[in-house]
Write a protein that binds this ligand. Structure first.
Ligand SMILES: *[C@@H]1O[C@H](CO)[C@@H](O)[C@H](O)[C@H]1NC(C)=O
Ligand SMILES: *[C@@H]1O[C@H](CO)[C@@H](O)[C@H](O)[C@H]1NC(C)=O
Ligand SMILES: *[C@@H]1O[C@H](CO)[C@@H](O)[C@H](O)[C@H]1NC(C)=O
Ligand SMILES: *[C@@H]1O[C@H](CO)[C@@H](O)[C@H](O)[C@H]1NC(C)=O
Ligand SMILES: *[C@@H]1O[C@H](CO)[C@@H](O)[C@H](O)[C@H]1NC(C)=O
Length: 369
């Protein structure tokens, strides 16, 4: 047990860390200056390049440390791709939670929380999450550097939210994609012989799941979403991030990531619930992509993807609006569903990897319950 002096010193250390990490004046200035997108980096604690003293502060704010055991000497090429995707995503998350914490702390319109104890708990939680995501990013970028590769650099970001409820709902959505993608990451590490890197990923899957439980609870949803969470792939996550949150052309070294690029698929149906039986989407016809043999595919839970035909209901210029069945009731399609347009059929699109490899448009993200 700690003696009282140690305890007080630790507390003082913590409050210093919180104060110096709190994203107040400089963040505001950066946001105002960045009508072209939000880039809060470097943070006041030096992230994404903190020195060792700043890393200590981040660890105190994160309520724990970076892994301090040995890292293997070698890694597979696919393993490097894994680390790049993780870094790309985690740096985006740091930007998001930095701005969300700023908004709540400063009572930005739409982010005011009346009840004092609720407000204090939200700020305490987001303060921990912000730093925990910083450590996830530093761990992945640190490993890239250890293996002789360039760390992933921050982009400029856009977040399509203006109030606390929408921001938490968005955090719920992107975290569910992360929870699916880390399944892919851990499988690829295992297949490629990068066994030593699997255990820490499994620990992060649990960590992101704990966050997800709170984002769901906040919305009045059952904290545990599904018995087996929806899977995803690195390419699906990459395109979800790039299409929705990155200012085009703002990511200095995104081109070093060997992900495939998809065209956007926009979900038009505004609220999807357990009574929804069909959905409308739109996409922009793109030169070089054949419309023949395109199917609407849903990835949900750990199940064989659902492949549906669709009808074109409207064509306006290059923009095509389509309608397809959403077989919720037959398949208990709760939680995250990832919708894409892919080339193939029910016989070839038998798992998430096959779907992802044949995707042309997407992903569109749907969460029921
Ligand atoms: C790393 O090196 C060890 C020892 O040479 C080898 O057994 C292992 O397969 C290598 N791993 C990868 C991912 O290349
Ligand atoms: C923070 O508030 C601003 C102003 O309403 C908004 O534009 C931005 O999207 C918000 N960010 C987050 C992460 O909620
Ligand atoms: C935000 O509002 C709370 C009351 O809900 C108040 O205690 C706090 O000082 C305000 N903070 C700022 C930065 O305006
Ligand atoms: C990212 O998305 C933009 C459109 O927002 C697109 O032009 C660009 O090709 C995409 N980048 C990659 C590397 O996929
Ligand atoms: C679905 O429809 C049933 C019967 O009309 C209704 O009782 C239920 O509230 C609806 N569910 C949702 C999520 O709207």
């Amino acid at each position: 047990m700690r003696n009282p002096t140690e305890y007080i010193t630790a507390l003082l250390g913590l409050s210093t860390a919180l104060a110096s990490a709190s994203p107040i004046a400089t963040e505001k200035a950066r946001r105002d200056a960045s009508s072209q997108g939000f880039n809060p980096f470097p943070l006041d604690n030096g992230f994404p390049n903190p020195d060792s003293k700043e890393t200590d502060q981040i660890q105190q704010q994160a309520l724990g440390t970076l892994p301090n055991g040995p890292v293997p000497d070698n890694i597979s090429g696919e393993g490097l791709f894994n680390l790049q995707i993780i870094a790309l995503n985690e740096i985006f998350e740091v930007a998001f939670f930095t701005e969300l914490l700023y908004n709540v702390t400063n009572n930005v319109t739409g982010y005011e929380v009346e009840q004092a104890d609720k407000r204090e708990f939200i700020i305490r939680t987001l303060t921990a999450v912000q730093a925990q995501e910083e450590l996830h990013a530093l761990n992945a970028n640190g490993a890239l550097q250890h293996f002789g590769h360039a760390p992933i650099q921050p982009c400029k970001y856009k977040f399509p939210v203006n109030d606390l409820d929408s921001a938490i709902k968005l955090a719920n959505t992107f975290t569910s994609v992360v929870l699916g993608t880390l399944q892919d990451v851990v499988e690829v590490f295992a297949q490629m012989g990068d066994t030593a890197l699997t255990r820490s990923i499994a620990s992060v899957i649990g960590q992101e799941g704990e966050q997800e439980g709170w984002y769901r609870f906040f919305q009045g949803k059952v904290p545990s979403e599904l018995p087996f969470l929806t899977t995803a792939t690195r390419d699906l996550a990459f395109n979800a991030l790039n299409q929705s949150f990155f200012v085009p052309g703002s990511c200095p070294n995104i081109d070093t990531i060997p992900a495939r690029t998809f065209e956007p698929l926009t979900l038009l149906t505004s609220s999807v619930d357990s009574n929804t039986t069909s959905l409308q989407f739109s996409f922009v016809l793109t030169r070089g992509i054949s419309e023949d043999n395109l199917k609407l595919v849903y990835i949900n839970q750990q199940n064989v993807p659902i492949v549906e035909d669709f009808d074109a209901v409207k064509v306006e210029g290059d923009t095509v609006t389509i309608q397809a069945a959403f077989p919720y009731a037959q398949n208990e399609m709760n939680g995250l569903t990832i919708a894409v347009l892919a080339h193939g059929d029910q016989d070839s699109l038998t798992d998430a990897n096959a779907v992802s490899d044949h995707t042309k448009f997407g992903p569109a993200l749907i969460i029921v319950n």
